[in-house]
Design a protein around this ligand. Structure first.
Ligand SMILES: NC(=O)c1ccc[n+]([C@@H]2O[C@H](COP(=O)([O-])OP(=O)(O)OC[C@H]3O[C@@H](n4cnc5c(N)ncnc54)[C@H](OP(=O)(O)O)[C@@H]3O)[C@@H](O)[C@H]2O)c1
Length: 292
């Protein structure tokens, strides 16, 4: 594609979507912010807010109007989103959209077939990228269950044994997405995105203890125990299976890697976990603010 004038940001009010929107707006790109609810204040010039619901195909066409490129966040907590995302993208392609950048997790195991299948749906677009992101550092902020367990019970519970993962700041994921959504020289492929270090949960707990002065410990549990905990916390069974599958994959060492994609595509070094915690000091009522 020669130039990208307008980008649709699905999940535009979420952790990554807000930062993608801001970065694109600062580059002078028009943005369509799509979500079911959005703030009441008037958006900045060049930013259009639309009501968009994956479950309501009647909301698709208005979101896709005059769009060149799409930041694609699949429906949250849906363990089999390929059909709905595939039909949305068919509509997008027919409307003349040339590019889609899909956010996905690097750690969803192959047996979570639906979560893998969604990666293939973007192949129908003339240009595409798939972001395979490692665990978000933001999981330790705000109302995320991991963050609540850290603050209230001083523990991290997972079925990952001592496997390492390349934890990443969601703002770094967003910066890569903003670049891939708009760059003229586009190479359609998958990108594995990590932070600068692969850390086991014991390392994560020690970093939190040092940076936030909080005596956190890691309590490993079995995959079966973890699945029951997640389902009891309200996570749908199929999605709980996928999340625990990610833990098992991490335990196997498959997530023990660090890539240079953030530096290469966003033009800055990926944020370390210690630096991230310093930027987000512990407060009683913590909110998630991935903006840098
Ligand atoms: N957390 C991690 O460790 C991690 C790691 C790798 C990849 N990921 C991936 O990151 C994605 C989440 O990204 P994020 O953290 O930027 O999002 P987020 O902060 O969880 O926000 C979700 C966004 O989606 C919108 N949304 C929710 N339900 C919707 C629906 N039915 N139709 C349309 N929009 C809907 C929300 O707005 P409304 O509620 O107003 O609609 C919001 O804008 C997930 O796909 C996950 O697999 C997460």
């Amino acid at each position: 594609m020669s130039s990208i004038a307008t980008v649709l940001v699905t999940g535009g009010t979420g952790q990554t979507g807000r930062v993608v929107t801001d970065l694109l707006h600062r580059r002078g790109v028009d943005v369509v912010v799509a979500s079911r609810h959005y703030p009441q204040e008037r958006p900045a010039p060049g930013v259009r807010q639309v009501r968009f619901d994956w479950a309501d195909a009647a909301t698709y066409d208005e979101a896709l109007r005059d769009v060149d490129s799409i930041y694609l966040l699949p429906p949250p907590l849906d363990a089999d989103p390929a059909d709905v995302v595939g039909s949305f993208l068919r509509r997008a392609r027919d409307a003349g959209v040339g590019r889609a950048v899909l956010l996905n997790s690097s750690a969803f195991p192959l047996r979570a077939a639906g979560l893998h299948a969604v990666r293939l749906t973007v192949g129908q677009m003339p240009e595409w990228s798939v972001l395979l992101a490692s665990g978000f550092m933001q999981n330790f902020l705000g109302s995320h269950p991991t963050a609540v367990a850290v603050r209230e019970r001083h523990e991290i519970v997972a079925a990952a044994d001592d496997g390492r993962m390349g934890w990443i700041d969601a703002a770094d994921v967003a910066a890569v997405a903003a670049e891939l959504l708009t760059r003229v020289d586009h190479d359609s492929r998958e990108h594995v995105l990590t932070g600068p270090q692969a850390l086991a949960y014991n390392d994560v707990a020690a970093t939190i203890a040092a940076e936030w002065d909080l005596p956190v410990r890691y309590r490993p549990v079995t995959p079966a125990e973890r699945t029951v905990q997640l389902v009891d916390a309200g996570v749908p069974q199929t999605f709980a299976d996928a999340l625990v599958g990610a833990d098992v994959l991490t335990a196997s060492g498959a997530e023990d890697r660090v890539t240079r994609e953030v530096a290469q595509l966003a033009g800055r070094n990926a944020t370390s976990f210690a630096e991230f915690l310093r930027r987000h000091p512990l407060r009683p009522a913590m909110t998630t603010t991935p903006e840098k």
